[in-house]
Design a protein around this ligand. Sequence first.
Ligand code: KIV
Length: 263
Amino acid sequence: MTVTVHDLAAFKARGEKFVMLTAYDALTARVLDEAGVPALLVGDTLGMVVLGHETTLPVGMEEMLVFTGAVARGARNAMVVGDLPFGSYQASVADAVRNGARLLKAGAHAVKLEGGARVLDAVRAMVAAGIPVMGHLGLTPQSVHAFGGFKVQGRGDQGDRLVEDANALADAGCFSLVLEAIPAPLAKRVTEALPIPTIGIGAGPDCDGQVLVTPDLLGLTPGAGPRFVKRYADLRSIITEAAQSFAKDVAEGHYPAPEHTYR
Ligand code: KIV
């Protein structure tokens, strides 16, 4: 049975922490789903970790539709959340509703968009159209150039504005809210103030849930990454070793062996 917006609300009501992970393809979605991950985010981070861009800005709707469809076909029980990419909801409310609907048609159960006061009309219109919406505040990567880089947000006076935005998004009908790269005390304040679950990434331990970018979690992305990344596996080493073992076997004539060969 698919995890729904009500299940995420119930996690918060029970005080039970939950996770969300990004997924971009059907195979990984199936593995994460079978591992019991309740929510899979087809994040526009796919622009960086799958497509090799420097930021999420180049990602368009056509790409989001392809990857969202793949994840939806791989998932069985998890809620699939499709990201609205940069440019797909900022110009008009009509764009937001049209593109939100396209993500649902591709298989998503909900959509995510970035921003506070400036996206409230879009949120209200999508919710009225039956599209569940997840908000995203703090270091919203689509605003990277406005922020002057990938920098922690919400420090000092910005904190009160973020709390206002969070409350406004909940009032507008968002069913949950991602908080990215903000001080932990601010995330705690937002989480305690809101009736909807918060999902943190670089927002400390007090959010209702936590999300990570799966290639970071698996140790596939190069370098140390941001402070909040914890690597739970070292797939870079495992893949390197497997590729080198394959090449060695071929060079030494051990592969293909008789059992890999048709007669
Ligand atoms: O696009 C994404 O993967 C995200 C997560 C980092 C929350 O927005």
